[in-house]
Design a protein around this ligand. Structure first.
Ligand code: AMP
Length: 208
């Protein structure tokens, strides 16, 4: 089995692109952020542990994340490979991943910090279907989301105070991984500050 890693700062569009790549490749998306938010909502032990880190915009401890991934990867849909979104985020996580599955491509979606802040503050989604909207760049139509069950959802950590910490965590703890993967010859840089379709096209070209 061989897997893909979507790499990049918070708000780079990893989730949006993951959905599109899943449609094309059939690889299931594994988002540690989504898994943690579900755990927080369900009030599990993992969720209780993760909540304060997430609210502060800090990374959740490696051992919690690695356990989540080890469990998720055993599900039948992961047998032919998966697409990781927001994992790994530290060198220990990448080292653990190397023992779990082969990574064939790391797709790095690059967006400058100043664009990240405006993209994250103002971001919301439809709770029913997951479509992502933005107050300025992509507001939901006046009649609601195309899925017909429009329900606005905003992430608790999508605010200006937290985004600064999340960017700091990215630069200090996650971006060193770029060199780690580049040295393995599987790192593909994509300019993420463009139209969504253009970014998807470049990602699919890199995957071919
Ligand atoms: P995301 O949805 O990927 O932006 O993640 C939201 C938050 O969940 C992050 O700010 C972290 O607190 C936590 N988180 C998600 N994935 C990881 C990870 N791989 N390692 C550590 N913390 C994570």
């Amino acid at each position: 089995m061989s897997s893909i890693v979507l790499f990049g700062p918070p708000g780079a569009g990893k989730g949006t692109q993951a959905e599109r790549i899943t449609d094309t490749t059939g690889l299931p998306q594994i988002s540690t952020g989504d898994m943690l938010r579900a755990a927080v909502k369900a009030g599990t032990e993992t969720g209780k542990l993760a909540k304060s880190f997430m609210e502060a915009g800090q990374l959740v401890p490696d051992e919690v994340i690695i356990d989540l991934i080890k469990e998720r990867i055993t599900l039948p849909d992961a047998k032919d490979g998966v697409m990781f979104d927001g994992f790994p985020r530290t060198v220990p996580q990448a080292e653990a991943l190397a023992t779990i599955t082969e990574v064939s491509h790391v797709i790095a979606i690059e967006v400058p910090d100043e664009r990240i802040v405006e993209r994250i503050c103002g971001r919301y989604s439809c709770a029913a279907c997951g479509s992502v909207y933005h107050d300025t760049f992509n507001p939901v139509p006046s009649e609601g989301c195309a899925c017909g069950q429009w329900q606005e959802k905003r992430r608790a950590d999508d605010n200006e105070a937290t985004v600064t910490s999340r960017l700091q965590a990215y630069h200090e703890q996650t971006s060193p991984l770029a060199a780690w993967y580049r040295s393995r010859g599987i790192f593909h840089q994509i300019d993420g500050d463009r139209e969504i379709d253009a970014i998807t096209a470049d990602i699919l070209a890199a995957l071919n």
